[in-house]
Design a protein around this ligand. Structure first.
Ligand code: 3PY
Ligand code: MG
Length: 250
């Protein structure tokens, strides 16, 4: 059965730091897991992950004690079911534009009585479809809901009433695009929208999460009350490589 260390840290009031990973190579994913991340998000939205890759990535991460999370490509029960049955301990669900859509995501993640996740033996419940294993899965799995459009920001208060959401996660890139400033994540209009989300979520029983490409952004958003952070491995590799080359070419 899965034991979700990231969820346990959040429940203990701690901050958690993870990283998006588009590479479907389990060897690379295992290598990433040696860098003290709490969790790695296997990216099935902007990366090429499908169910088989989620399963091998989850194995690689579990070997090293890092929580495997899947970003699914769409808020569809069948997509979420396959990611979880493959062994993801939670899902990032993109483009969730209303509380009703968030409720649908929660129902896809949770077995009955809370939800509608289809039941069959699978690795996440040790191939034992029972009342105990489904209850344990419901307790351990995480639901991370992306807030990444102007529509979602306008409705942010409604999401707070959806039982079962662990993290309301700001996607600054899509949000900047949605607000008419593609890629300009520091535009005042984008910052204002992100601060509106923080003001609603931080005092609630949900965790505020955000994509933070740099450690400086983690520090800044931790001060604003966020506790769930993700970087992106390509950005980290690119900046380290560029810094190496700048010095090496001198
Ligand atoms: C976004 O910024 O749009 C995200 O989904 C986070 O990577
Ligand atoms: Mg996004």
């Amino acid at each position: 059965m899965i034991t979700n260390r990231t969820k346990a840290k959040l429940a203990a009031g701690e901050a958690v730091i993870g990283c998006f990973n588009k590479s479907t190579d389990p060897g690379f994913t295992e290598f990433m897991a040696m860098s003290d991340w709490d969790f790695v998000v296997m990216d099935g939205e902007h990366g090429l992950y499908g169910p088989a890759e989620f399963a091998n990535g989850a194995r690689a991460l579990e070997l090293r004690g890092v929580t495997p999370i899947a970003r699914v490509n769409t808020n569809e029960p069948s997509a979420i079911l396959r990611a979880l049955d493959a062994g993801a301990h939670g899902v990032h669900v993109p483009w969730v534009n209303s509380a009703e859509e968030a409720e649908r995501a929660v129902q896809s993640v949770k077995y009955g009585p809370r939800g509608l996740r289809g039941l069959a033996g699978n690795r996440s419940i040790d191939f034992a479809a029972t009342a105990d294993t489904t209850a344990r899965a419901n307790a351990e799995t995480m639901v991370i809901i992306h807030i990444e459009t102007g529509t979602a920001v306008d409705a942010i208060d409604d999401y707070l009433d959806v039982d079962g959401i662990d993290v309301l996660f700001i996607g600054p890139t899509d949000l900047s695009h949605s607000l008419g400033h593609p890629g300009d994540k520091t535009h005042p209009v984008v910052l204002e929208a992100m601060d509106k989300v923080a003001a609603a979520v931080v005092p609630s029983d949900k965790t505020l999460g955000i994509f933070t490409a740099t450690a400086e952004l983690v520090v800044e958003w931790k001060a604003k009350g966020a506790r769930y952070f993700t970087a992106g491995v390509e950005g980290l590799l690119k900046s380290a490589t560029d810094a190496f080359m700048a010095q090496a070419r001198n």
